[in-house]
Design a protein around this ligand. Structure first.
Ligand code: GPK
Length: 826
C-alpha cells in the first residue's frame, strides 16, 4: 500500500491567510470585474475558486510534467457517469488549506459555508455507480496513480426533483448556467466522431481487401477538463468530459447550399448527444441517442489515448504496457470494437495483433445482476448507427464461438447459442455484457457476495471457460468527503483520538474501538451525533416545514427509488407503527423520525407512486395529534450528493433493506456506518462485509438470504399467503385502498398494494415483513439503552476502515491495473 503523508507540514502548498485573502480580492477585481461592496455570494464564491485554482493549476502542471516525463502506465476510467457533487470544500480540504481559507474569508466578511453552498452540484450521474467513479478518481489522485477519468460533459445533469401535492416533478438541472470555475476547455484536443452511413469493401494499396466506413455524419467532441485534486495535494489528475458539437465543415456545406436552417437543425442534432444525462438507474434505455452517447465518448477517449501514445511510439508494441482501460459497467463496452476499428481500419494492424492488444487493455466492472439493467441493443438499430462496429462484433463473436466455445464444448450448438454475443431472438440483440466478458482480461463484481453471484448465476459458463478472469473488488468511499469534510465535529474527535492520518489510513480508527465502553468518550461521540441531528432538523424544517426533535431516532433511507431497494417495505413498517399507535396512543416506543431521500426515474410509474405514498402517509401522520409526535415522516426533495453530506452525519439508523441478492454492493451503507449509524439490513451486497467488520452484535440483520430468496421464487412464491396469514399486515395493506391518506382520492395508493399482491411481490416485501418488524423492535430496544447504543455506534464508526476507496483502488492496482505510484509534488 502506498503511504501518503498528510501531516499538515507535509502539504506542498502552504498559503498563509494574507496571501489567500489578497488572491481572492484580486480575482474579485480582475477576473470578475466587481468590487467588495457590490459582490454577492456567487461572485465571492467564484473569486474564491479562482484563488484555489492558482494552486490547483500548479499541481495540474506539475503532475502532467511528472507523468508525461516518465511516460507512465496509466489507467483510463471510462464511465457514462461521474457524480462529483460540489468541489470547493473538497478541494480546500485536499489541498490542506480549508482553515486558512475559512479564516481569510471571515476577515473579508464572508462565511465559507454560505459561499460553498453557492456551488451547484455537479450531478453528472444517477446514483451509486456514478458516485463510485467520483470516489475512485479522488483515491487515484490521492495515491499518486497516473489516471484519467473519461466521460460526457452533459449540459444537464440528473433532473432537479420537486414535489407537487406529494408527486415528483422533474425540472431541468443546469449546473453551468452561470459558468463553472472548475472546468477548462481544451479546444486543442478536439476529436471527430463518425456516425451512421455504410461500409464498403475496398482493395487497399497493398492489394489486400479492407473495410471502409463512409459515415453519414461527423460530430466534434470538445474536451473539458476538471482537475482532480488528491488529498495531500501531491497529485492533480484530470477528469476529461466530452461535449458534442456539430462539425465545422458539415455546417459549411449545408450553409453554402443555402440551407442555413437545415444547418441549424444539424447543429442541434449534434449538440443533443451531450445535452442530457439519461435518468434511468439500473434499467437499459435502448434508445438510439443513448447508444450514440456511449459511442461518442468512447470514440473521443480512445482517439485521445492513441494520439498521446503515438507522440512517443512508432508502433503499437508497447500500447498494452502503457494503457489499461476500465469499463465502468457495460455502458462503455462499445469501446472494445471501437479500439479494434481504430487499430485495424485506421492504423492498419492485423486483426490478430489488434485483438491481442485489445484483450490486454480492457477490464470490465459489473455493477448489477438485475436483468433489466444488462444492456442489449437491437441489431437493426445498432447497424444503423454503427454499421462498422456491428461487423466487428460479428467477427469477434464468430472467432469466439469457433475458436473458444467449440473447443471447450465440441458440437454443442446450445452452448454456442447461450454464450453468443448475439442473442438470436426476435429481434436479434447485441448483448453488451457478454461483449464485455469476451473482450476484457478481467471482469469484477463490486462486493464479495456480488462477485460470487456473477460467477454462479450471471456468467456461469463464461466462468467455466475462464475462471481466472473473474475477480472481486469490494467498493469503497472516500473518507475525505464522507467523513472529514462532511462531519467536521467527528473528524476533530478522531484527530484527537488517533492522530490526523486517518483520512488516508482509515484502519487507524480501529484504535477507537478500545474507547467504545468509555462513558466519557461515549458522551462526546453522542453529543456530536446530537449536534449533527440538530443541524439536520433545521434543514428538514427548511425543506419540508416539518418540525422534528433531535431526541428521536433518525431513521434514514437515502438511495434511488427502486422496488428492489424496498422503500415500500420501510413504508409498511411506518404504517404498522402508526396503526399500533392509533390502537394504543400510550404505546411505549422510542420516538422516531423516518427520513427519506430518493429520485425515481421519470418513467418508473410504481417508483413515483411509492414517493407519493410516503409523502401522503407522512402528511397524515405528521398532522395527527393523537400520536403525540412519536413518529414523523419526511421526504426531503431533490436528494443529491450535497444533501447526502448533510444527512449522513445525522443518521442513527441506516436502512439497507434490499432483497437479498439484488444490491450489488451499496455504498451509502458504508458512509452511514463510518459516521456512526447502525445498519438495519439484509444479507446483501456489502452489508455482508460490514457485518463481518463490525460484528454481528453491532448490526441488525433480518430477512431471507439470497439462497432462500431464489429457492422461494423457484418453489413458487405466493405473497397472498403472507397477506392472509398476518391480520396486521392485511390491515395496513387494505388501508392503501382507502382514502385515509389521500382524502378525496380513494385508491390513490392502491397501486402499491396491487404490486405486492396481484403483481406477485417480485422483491418479497411480504416474505420479509415479519422479520423486518422484529428487527425494528430490536432497534427500538437497543436505543433505550443509551450506553449500549453509543458503544455500538462507536464500534461501527471505528471498524469500517476497509471501505476506504483507497483500499478499493489499491485492490484494482494489484489485481488488474498494475500501476506504479508517482506523486508529482513532494
Ligand atoms: C448499479 F447497474 C447499476 C446502475 O445502473 N447504477 C448503479 O448505481 C450501483 N448501480 C449498484 O446498485 C450498487 O449496489 C453499487 O454499490 C453501485 O452501483 C456501485 O458499484
Amino acid at each position: 500500500m502506498v503511504q501518503v503523508s498528510t501531516a499538515a507540514e507535509d502539504f506542498p502548498f502552504y498559503l498563509d491567510k494574507e496571501a489567500f485573502k489578497q488572491s481572492v480580492q484580486r480575482h474579485l477585481h480582475t477576473t470578475y470585474g466587481t468590487v467588495e461592496s457590490k459582490a454577492n455570494s456567487l461572485a465571492w464564491w467564484k473569486a474564491t475558486c479562482s484563488a484555489i485554482n492558482e494552486l490547483v493549476f500548479e499541481g495540474l502542471t506539475e503532475t502532467h510534467k511528472k507523468h508525461s516525463g516518465i511516460d507512465t502506465r496509466a489507467v483510463h476510467y471510462l464511465s457514462l457517469e461521474f457524480l462529483m457533487g460540489r468541489l470547493t470544500r473538497n478541494n480546500l480540504y485536499n489541498l490542506g488549506i480549508f482553515e486558512t481559507a475559512r479564516d481569510a474569508l471571515t476577515e473579508l466578511g464572508q462565511d465559507i459555508d454560505t459561499l460553498c453552498s453557492e456551488e451547484p452540484d455537479m450531478a453528472l450521474g444517477n446514483g451509486g455507480l456514478g458516485r463510485l467513479a467520483a470516489c475512485f478518481i479522488d483515491s487515484l489522485a490521492t495515491l499518486g496513480y497516473p489516471a484519467i477519468g473519461y466521460g460526457i460533459h452533459y449540459e444537464h445533469g440528473l433532473f432537479r426533483q420537486e414535489f407537487r401535492d406529494g408527486h415528483q416533478i422533474e425540472r431541468p438541472d443546469s449546473w453551468r448556467d452561470y459558468g463553472n470555475p472548475w472546468e477548462i476547455c481544451r479546444p486543442e484536443s478536439i476529436q471527430k466522431v463518425p456516425l451512421y452511413g455504410y461500409v464498403e469493401t475496398e482493395f487497399g494499396p497493398n492489394g489486400k481487401m479492407r473495410k471502409v466506413w463512409h459515415p453519414g455524419e461527423m460530430i466534434r467532441g470538445v474536451p473539458w477538463d476538471i482537475p482532480v485534486v488528491g488529498f495531500g495535494g501531491h497529485t492533480v489528475n484530470i477528469l476529461r468530459l466530452w461535449e458534442s458539437r456539430a462539425d465545422d465543415y458539415f455546417d459549411w456545406d449545408v450553409f453554402n447550399a443555402g440551407g442555413y436552417v437545415d444547418a441549424q437543425a444539424e447543429k442541434a442534432r449534434a449538440e443533443a448527444i451531450s445535452k442530457v444525462l439519461y435518468p434511468n438507474d439500473e434499467t437499459l434505455a435502448g434508445k438510439e441517442l443513448r447508444l450514440t452517447q456511449q459511442y461518442f465518448f468512447c470514440c473521443c477517449s480512445l482517439q485521445d489515448m492513441l494520439r498521446r501514445y503515438k507522440r512517443r511510439h512508432d508502433d503499437f508494441s508497447h500500447f498494452a504496457e502503457q494503457i489499461v482501460i476500465q469499463l465502468n459497467d457495460t455502458h462503455p463496452t462499445i469501446a472494445i470494437p471501437e479500439l479494434m476499428r481504430q487499430l485495424v481500419d485506421l492504423e492498419g494492424l492485423k486483426w490478430e495483433e489488434a485483438w491481442a492488444i485489445s484483450q490486454q487493455v480492457f477490464a470490465y466492472t459489473n455493477h448489477t445482476l438485475l436483468p433489466e439493467a444488462l444492456e442489449k441493443w437491437d441489431v437493426v438499430l445498432f447497424e444503423h448507427v454503427l454499421p462498422r462496429h456491428l461487423e466487428i462484433i460479428y467477427e469477434i463473436n464468430h472467432r469466439f464461438l469457433d475458436e473458444v466455445v467449440a473447443k471447450k464444448w465440441p458440437n454443442d450448438d446450445q452452448m454456442k447459442q447461450r454464450l453468443s454475443i448475439i442473442e438470436e431472438g426476435n429481434p436479434r440483440m447485441v448483448r453488451m455484457a457478454y461483449l464485455g466478458v469476451v473482450g476484457c482480461f478481467k471482469t469484477n463484481g463490486v462486493a464479495y457476495m456480488h462477485s460470487e453471484l456473477i460467477k454462479k448465476e450471471l456468467f456461469p459458463y463464461f466462468y467455466e471457460l475462464w475462471p481466472e478472469r473473474f475477480t472481486n473488488v469490494t467498493n469503497g468511499i472516500t473518507p475525505r468527503r464522507w467523513l472529514k469534510a462532511c462531519n467536521p465535529r467527528l473528524s476533530a474527535l478522531f484527530d484527537e483520538a488517533v492522530g490526523t492520518h486517518w483520512p488516508t489510513d482509515l484502519t487507524l480508527l480501529r484504535q477507537v474501538v478500545a474507547k467504545a465502553d468509555d462513558p466519557k468518550f461515549q458522551k462526546r461521540f453522542m453529543a456530536i451525533k446530537h449536534q449533527n441531528k440538530q443541524d439536520l432538523a433545521k434543514v428538514i424544517l427548511q425543506l419540508t416545514g416539518v418540525e422534528v426533535s433531535a431526541e428521536a431516532i433518525f431513521d434514514i433511507q437515502i438511495k434511488r427509488l427502486h422496488e428492489y431497494k424496498r422503500q415500500h417495505l420501510n413504508m409498511l413498517h411506518i404504517l404498522t407503527l402508526y396503526r399500533r399507535l392509533l390502537q394504543d396512543p400510550d404505546l411505549d416506543i422510542q420516538p422516531r423520525v423516518f427520513i427519506f431521500g430518493a429520485k425515481a426515474a421519470p418513467g418508473y410509474k410504481l417508483a413515483k407512486d411509492i414517493i407519493f405514498g410516503i409523502n401522503k402517509i407522512g402528511e397524515r401522520i405528521n398532522a395527527d395529534e393523537r400520536i403525540k409526535g412519536k413518529i414523523k415522516v419526511v421526504f426531503l426533495p431533490n436528494y443529491r450528493v450535497s444533501l447526502a453530506e448533510q444527512m449522513i452525519p445525522a443518521g442513527d439508523l441506516s436502512e439497507q433493506i434490499s432483497t437479498a441478492g439484488k444490491e450489488a454492493s451499496g455504498t451509502g451503507n458504508m458512509k452511514f456506518a463510518l459516521n456512526g449509524a447502525l445498519t438495519i439490513g439484509t444479507m446483501d451486497g456489502a452489508n455482508v462485509e460490514i457485518r463481518e467488520e463490525v460484528g454481528d452484535e453491532n448490526i441488525f440483520i433480518f430477512g431471507l438470504s439470497a439462497d432462500e430468496v431464489s429457492s422461494k421464487l423457484k418453489a413458487g412464491y405466493n405473497s397472498r399467503d403472507y397477506y392472509y396469514n398476518n391480520p396486521e399486515l392485511k390491515a395496513i395493506l387494505d388501508w392503501l385502498d382507502s382514502d385515509y391518506f389521500t382524502p378525496n382520492q380513494p385508491g390513490a395508493l392502491a397501486s402499491i398494494k396491487r404490486s405486492l399482491l396481484d403483481g406477485g411481490d417480485p422483491f418479497l416485501c411480504l416474505a420479509d415483513y415479519e422479520s423486518y418488524i422484529c428487527a425494528q423492535q430490536a432497534v427500538d430496544q437497543a436505543y433505550r439503552d443509551k450506553a449500549r447504543w453509543a458503544k455500538m455506534a462507536i464500534i461501527n464508526s471505528a471498524s469500517v476502515g476497509k471501505f476506504n476507496s483507497d483500499r478499493s483502488i489499491q485492490d484494482y492496482v494489484d489485481t488488474i491495473w498494475k500501476l506504479k505510484s508517482y506523486p508529482a509534488i513532494e
